[in-house]
Design a protein around this ligand. Structure first.
Ligand code: HEC
Length: 448
């Protein structure tokens, strides 16, 4: 507290005019990688990941050209055009998007805290690990997945509203503008020896905790895209994905991303094995990325999903459940209940089409508590959901910058347990203190 205040005074007197508020806000923006792990041996602070968070309040970015392609007629042309748009200017700078001179792209804020928070080198976050048999038939090991996502300038205008105060998000009326485009690169710790189709895949290093110096090699295997498209009448969004296939002829690995499918709805009333209408799949990938006992399908009943994803869900259904706090009943998945009849009922509820800006499960609870709260929709943005969850976990765990009273508790977060001077902590809600682990990781529910 004192140091911060002195720093503010010093800066002001040095003629920099940095206000107290700005100093407090900066504590919520930089550094943008997981601080607990710190800098890996042999690296310097300057080499650390810096997110691009200077979200514009408005933008002159034109609507993307693929909004004129009818995805119901030619889904491949559409999804390829979105990938080309996402690659433009980004491959040359290795996705250091701040250096892209063709188009502006931005990162999501507050994804850094916790063990699965942004790592040092590329700001990758750790996702659900893949199971044996998940990525290819006969694979006996599980592998870690690390990913990073980006929004174009149209999408970033919504981030500008949410994070006008980077220490206190405003999450009312979240509604991304038409043309919002977001993509995500997913990497695996598997190699081409483990999974032959990874041969020649783009490679990144990450601070992923591998001995001896924590740095490990990662291979790109999936790229997700999502677009706010007005022609998607039930959900307002279109989701598609690609998978790397080393067998594609040629020498440019960025040209070896094969489209997996496209979806703009849940096909709610089409139980398996019905013919889906809002999910189209590239069936030439059967036997390569799905179609064996351990991985019968990519998403539920053949709905579009990627190799990384949980086959009981789909892109559109999982993202349609983006809200804060997340649904206490479903999380982001149709978790299996006790009886098959219940499961059928839950599937019908889970695979509802949520229109952009609508809420999936209006009454929810903060994770690990019994306090009922009105959930606010996050318009299909799971990075917003995860970012706010990580920020509130930081508040509850009383970690910096929420540890010394300098930065107030954001109103969207549950009130942290009070500290009673000289006595035990008191908790009005949630599990008994003895059962509770107030570390950021314990306060986050993984999306599995
Ligand atoms: C079971 C849940 C789940 C499924 C299924 C899923 N995602 Fe996501 N997705 C997430 C989570 C959680 C994040 C945010 C955290 C992250 O990026 O690591 C995310 C982030 C993204 C982002 C970055 C924008 C955002 O929402 O923040 C895109 C784009 C994306 N996913 C597309 C897809 C596509 C395309 C599919 C299907 C091929 C898919 N997702 C399937 C959970 C899911």
């Amino acid at each position: 507290m004192k140091l911060r205040f002195l720093f503010a005074l010093f800066s002001a007197s040095a003629g920099l005019f940095i206000s107290f508020q700005q100093v407090a806000n900066a504590a919520c923006v930089v550094p943008s990688y997981n601080q607990k792990r710190g800098i890996p041996p042999g690296f310097t602070e300057a080499q650390g990941f810096k997110g691009r968070f200077d979200f514009p309040a408005s933008t002159s970015e034109p609507l993307p050209p693929f909004l004129s392609i009818d995805f119901t007629q030619d889904w491949r042309a559409y999804v390829q055009a979105v990938l080309d748009y996402s690659f433009e200017g980004n491959i040359a700078v290795d996705f250091d998007v701040a250096d892209n001179n063709v188009r502006n792209w931005y990162h999501a804020l507050w994804m850094h805290p916790g063990n699965s928070g942004r790592e040092f080198l590329h700001g990758l976050t750790k996702e659900r690990a893949t199971d044996p048999e998940q990525l290819a038939e006969g694979v006996t090991k599980s592998f870690d997945t690390w990913a990073v996502g980006f929004y174009n300038a149209l999408g970033a205008t919504t981030f500008a509203k949410v994070w006008n105060d980077p220490c206190s998000p405003k999450i009312d009326d979240i509604y991304f503008p038409i043309g919002t485009t977001t993509f995500k690169l997913l990497f695996t710790t598997a190699t081409a020896t483990d999974i032959p189709y990874l041969a020649g895949a783009p490679e990144w290093e990450g601070d992923i905790g591998r001995a001896p110096n924590r740095i490990g090699k990662l291979h790109l295997y999936q790229i997700d895209i999502a677009v706010r498209d007005p022609r998607s009448l039930q959900t307002g969004w279109v989701f598609g994905t690609f998978v790397y296939q080393g067998s594609v002829p040629g020498t440019d690995p960025w040209k070896k991303l094969v489209p997996v499918g496209l979806s703009w709805g849940n096909d709610r009333f089409v139980p398996p094995p019905g013919q889906l209408r809002q999910n189209v799949l590239n069936e030439t990938l059967e036997g390569k990325i799905y179609g064996w006992a351990g991985r019968k399908e990519l998403g539920w009943g053949g709905r579009v999903n990627g190799p990384a994803d949980n086959q009981i869900s789909s892109c559109v259904s999982c993202h349609g459940s983006a809200q804060y706090p997340r649904s206490d009943d479903f999380g982001n998945l149709p978790r299996q209940p006790a009886t098959p009849v219940d499961y059928q009922r839950r599937l019908l509820e889970y695979f509802r089409d949520i229109f952009a800006g609508g809420v999936f499960d209006g009454e929810s609870r903060y994770f690990g508590t019994q306090t009922a709260v009105l959930a606010r929709p996050l318009d299909y943005s799971l990075q917003l959901q995860v970012g706010i969850e990580r920020m509130c976990a930081t508040v509850t765990a009383r970690e910096a910058p929420f540890n010394d009273g300098t930065v107030p508790v954001p109103p969207v977060c549950p009130t942290p347990p009070a500290v009673v001077a000289g006595g035990p902590e008191s908790l009005s809600t949630g599990p008994a203190l003895a059962d509770r682990d107030d570390t950021i990781d314990a306060l986050l529910e993984p999306i599995r």
